[in-house]
Design a binder for this molecule. Sequence first.
Ligand SMILES: NC(=O)c1ccc[n+]([C@@H]2O[C@H](COP(=O)([O-])OP(=O)(O)OC[C@H]3O[C@@H](n4cnc5c(N)ncnc54)[C@H](OP(=O)(O)O)[C@@H]3O)[C@@H](O)[C@H]2O)c1
Length: 303
Amino acid sequence: MHLVVGATGRLGGAVATHLLARGERVRVLVRPRDPDRDQVRALTPERLLALGAELVEGDLTRPDTVARALEGVRRVLSTASATKRAGHGTLETVDTKGTDTLARAARTAGVRQFVYVSAHLADPDGTRPVLREKGLAERAIAASGVPATVLRPTKFMQDWIGALLVRQLRESDSAGAARVQLVGSGDVPASFVDEDDVAALAVAVLARDETIGETLTLATEVDTYRGLVERIQRLAGTTFALESVAVGERVTTLEGPLAATVTALLTSVATSPPDTVTTPDVAARFGLRSTGIDAFLRRSLAG
Ligand SMILES: NC(=O)c1ccc[n+]([C@@H]2O[C@H](COP(=O)([O-])OP(=O)(O)OC[C@H]3O[C@@H](n4cnc5c(N)ncnc54)[C@H](OP(=O)(O)O)[C@@H]3O)[C@@H](O)[C@H]2O)c1
């Protein structure tokens, strides 16, 4: 039996779906229904049930529910995170303390493999909150003694290209003036991976004991944001305005909380060191498809 924590989210949902499709027994730990949560869920608990999953209601911030969910479980995958779930836990209570709770309970339950989705550049001593909490989570997993495989994907194309650039373009186009805004010059290289390839890697390592003890980075392609905008213009066969707002200013192509989120992410890109990592060796080892940025963009521009 596999336990997937995070199956109502995008990555965990994809992994649970793949595992069920190949005939594995999958239990999913899901938080109780909530109207706010339901709005952002990639898969509903009802959908997971219909796909053949066994549902257990629980919450990583409630240790009693975690121990119960682990009964009879051989392998655990956790993608659980508060990053996109503001108001329902924090990076500290979910990503770090919740992962610590899950890892220690998995060790007590005699789980054979714990697969954790962390992030590239996770660092317990770092200054960026997400990367620090992921680094602390990795440290807690190691301290728990549970046999673990850690995955460290770089930026998901769906979030960092689709939601930041393609969405800006669509919304500004429907408002009558197609344009994309970047924070800063847009010249800092960043590394990207398609979320579906991360799901495929997670499914692959769940079947391979030899990955226990490994930390695997997954990164497909590098570009700057200015370069990404040029690709979109080429692939969409259209030109649109590219504008730059200063660090500390807000993008004006979007409204409300979305504008704040997009500004925060673009600011983080503008103020991060260059990241040029790619991992063709990992893709080759696990036979991953490795969707490139152009292929991802063609799909999202058509969708
Ligand atoms: N986006 C990126 O570029 C990127 C890059 C590297 C790594 N990652 C990591 O990849 C992972 C998966 O991302 P994603 O896009 O699939 O995230 P997501 O869609 O936001 O899914 C998060 C999942 O965690 C669950 N969760 C949150 N708090 C919980 C708690 N207290 N107890 C139990 N479950 C809880 C959520 O359940 P509810 O439905 O109940 O809220 C949801 O199923 C995350 O850990 C993220 O940090 C992301």
